[in-house]
Design a binder for this molecule. Structure first.
Ligand SMILES: Nc1ncnc2c1ncn2[C@@H]1O[C@H](COP(=O)(O)OP(=O)(O)OP(=O)(O)O)[C@@H](O)[C@H]1O
Length: 229
């Protein structure tokens, strides 16, 4: 099935979501070694409500590794993170947490449909959604006719769209996204671009890696790894 299947209007018509409270994240003095390579040493940055941080750097510079540290999937040798001034070991993505993470893998269960994948994850994260809300989001992302199929039957780009629909419905203030534009056709790139802008406008925060410029209005900063940071 063509990944260029229609996205109605090619745009997400959803209004800007209810604003989040003004959170802030501070990262101080992170040190990480991988396979005997020092990827970063004393890495320090902060992020305020409504800001986007693009993590840049050449292949192998440590971008994915940094996102994994932020999500608590990899433990740094040294360093501290605070969320609203309170030290945290990891940015919680469990029920009641503040984080939604979209990595290289979509983390979908192959045997479940798009709708079931999203419903189960939303319930697990403590924000159950009405079926019509899920279907409407899938429709926005051009998956209206595919909501009931096991996701193993979807193309790579369609699976990525399901993962994006889940991200948009999880309602978390901090999005951590690893190469979110990869495997998307131009129409869904536009949907994602608008979703990122709406998230920032609602005082959400975004940390993402991408090898392209981020075509999003709003406060953006760049953190380039592999420069002795
Ligand atoms: N589990 C691991 N064990 C050993 N080395 C690892 C591990 N995971 C990553 N690395 C190494 O850490 C370095 C940084 O990898 P990482 O995936 O963070 O880079 P990246 O900047 O995201 O790269 P790309 O742009 O290619 O996605 C690489 O040299 C990689 O081989």
């Amino acid at each position: 099935m063509s990944d260029a299947a229609a996205v109605p209007g090619g745009a997400l018509d959803a209004p800007i979501p209810q604003p989040f409270p003004a959170h802030c994240l501070a990262v101080d003095g992170l040190v990480l070694e991988r396979g005997e390579r020092l990827l970063f040493n004393g890495l320090t940055f902060s992020l305020e409500a409504g800001e986007l941080l693009q993590v840049a750097g050449r292949n192998g510079a440590g971008k994915t590794s940094l996102l994994r540290v932020l999500c608590g999937l990899t433990r740094p040798m040294e360093g501290e993170m605070t969320w609203n001034g309170v030290p945290v070991r990891r940015l919680d993505d469990g029920p009641g947490g503040h984080l939604a993470y979209l990595g290289h893998h979509n983390a979908l269960k192959d045997e479940l449909s798009a709708e079931e994948n999203i419903q189960s994850q939303c319930r697990l994260h403590g924000c159950p959604q009405a079926p019509e809300v899920v279907f409407s989001m899938l429709e926005e992302l051009g998956l209206g006719g595919h909501a009931d199929l096991p996701v193993k039957l979807l193309s790579q780009g369609q699976k990525r769209r399901v993962a994006l629909a889940r991200l948009l419905l999880l309602r978390r203030p901090l999005w951590i996204l690893d190469e979110p534009f990869a495997a998307l056709d131009v129409q869904v790139i536009e949907v994602l671009r608008q979703a990122l802008e709406a998230h920032l406008a609602a005082r959400g925060m975004i940390i993402l890696t991408t090898h392209q410029a981020v075509p999003v209005r709003g406060t953006q900063r760049t953190l380039t790894l592999g420069t002795g940071a």
